[in-house]
Design a protein around this ligand. Structure first.
Ligand SMILES: [Zn+2]
Length: 436
């Protein structure tokens, strides 16, 4: 009696284990599953899955949607009636409209092995992260599925020989990283003037689907050496937002001053796409903000930068144009005089005097016309959203320092690799490695 009970328990456990293993299979990737638990393949056979569909007794056709190709054109070769196609079209409307198959997208068809090749499923991939299953066997339905996105932490370090873009691609990383880097170091690095020997290091989280990079989840730390100067970027969640700071907790973003004059009587003309020009006596766009002030009032640069132009030219009169970073450029017109030493290539500090109010060029009274470019387009300086530049608050500084030191420590240990090495060596924690 007792023996039978034990036997029952063992049998029960075995069944439970097998069914748990078997049922779990479609939920995880097969390769992963096999490597995690050693399965005796002679014991039972797992079905081969294609998008979760067991396909051992079917065939698969894969292709790319051609220009202007629709689903009926693709499926009529696979024994699908117009009636079924119509039902599919009706049912897909709310889920993923079959009439909107994007040209160039991957698809696959699972069909019977016989000569009719009756389609069981049509699977369409509108993006690298999702796929749409159009089920045709038994019941007709449409279902959008997300592919499992894997997130992997990576590190890389490279010297820039031609461009940042090339350097990142040479490391086997995604060009998506370029934009992320430009964002982080916009105020520290002039990405239009990368110097020979500029180098960078990155710790980041890469998102892949089926081994293909589909996104960058986050930058966990970055380092950039620009014209011989080192810059660190440490991401940190403050009470307000997640932002990047240098190793001391200062913001990497610099703000711009609100106006080019410390004191001014009034804004005499705002930015507008249509205004009556007081000198030319006609309507035209005014792509600047005019600040009225007495002749000789010092004009200051609203931010750190490099002088692009400083000269006299037509309606502008004496003017200075300054590039602040890859995103922002400002210009100051009608100066009575350009300040001493201000010429193209001069580096200027925020608040530095670059000239003096006047009425040279097309101006009917002393004022400075202040113009602002964001990403190459002229914008209203009074409306542009300038990032804040506050550093870590004292209350969070201790916590930040501990975190910052740990990130900096990892960054410092990443070694620069030759281009043929795809991944930078991940630093080991042990200092006394017998085989360094
Ligand atoms: Zn103006």
């Amino acid at each position: 009696m007792k023996k039978t009970r034990i036997w029952l328990v063992i049998t029960g456990l075995t069944i439970a284990l097998i069914s748990a293993v078997y049922l779990k299979a479609p939920l995880v990737e097969q390769e992963e599953f096999i490597s995690e638990i050693e399965v005796d393949s002679s014991f039972f056979q797992l079905p081969t899955l294609h998008y979760g569909y067991p396909i051992d007794s079917f065939e698969i056709v894969e292709g790319k949607v051609k220009w202007n190709q629709n689903l009926s054109e693709i499926l009529t070769a696979f024994n699908i009636s117009y009636k079924d196609l119509h039902i599919l079209s009706q049912r897909s409307k709310e889920v993923y409209d079959v009439r909107k198959l994007k040209a160039g997208s991957n698809y696959s068809i699972i069909h019977d092995r016989d000569s009719l090749k009756t389609a069981r499923q049509f699977i369409f991939e509108p993006s690298p992260t999702e796929y749409v299953v159009y089920n045709l066997a038994d019941s007709i339905f449409v279902d959008v599925q997300q592919k499992p996105v894997k997130v992997k932490e990576r590190m890389l370090a490279a010297e820039i020989n031609s461009s940042l873009y090339e350097a990142i691609l040479d490391q086997g990383a995604s060009p998506l990283l370029v934009g992320k880097m430009v964002d982080v170091f916009a105020w520290q690095v002039d990405f239009f003037r990368i110097a020979e020997g500029d180098k960078f290091k990155l710790i980041f989280e890469e998102e892949t689907v089926d081994g293909e990079i589909v996104g960058i989840k986050s930058i966990k730390g970055a380092y950039f050496e620009h014209w011989g100067k080192p810059y660190y970027a440490i991401p940190f969640q403050t009470e307000e937002k997640l932002d990047f700071f240098d190793e001391e907790g200062k913001s990497l973003r610099k703000t711009l001053l609100k106006s080019p004059l410390e004191y001014f009587s009034r804004i005499s003309s705002r930015y507008s796409l249509r205004r009556f020009h007081p000198v030319q006596k006609r309507y035209k766009a005014h792509l600047g903000t005019d600040y009225a002030a007495p002749t000789g009032t010092p004009i200051r640069t609203v931010g750190d930068g490099v002088v692009l132009e400083a000269r006299y030219h037509g309606g502008n009169g004496n003017y200075v144009k300054i590039k602040h970073n890859s995103n922002y450029t400002t210009q100051y017109l009608h100066m009575s005089k350009i300040a001493r030493g201000i010429r193209p290539g001069t580096t200027v500090k925020q608040g530095q005097t670059i000239g003096y109010v006047g009425s040279t060029g097309l101006a009917n009274g002393p004022h400075v016309c202040f113009r602002f470019w964001k990403n190459g387009r002229q914008v209203d300086a009074l409306k542009v959203d300038i990032p804040s530049s506050s550093g870590i608050e004292d209350t969070q500084l201790a916590e930040f320092k501990v975190y910052s030191d740990s990130v900096k420590n990892i960054l410092d240990k990443i070694e620069y690799q030759h281009q043929e090495t795809l991944l930078a060596k991940i630093p080991s924690d042990s200092e006394d490695d017998p085989n360094p």
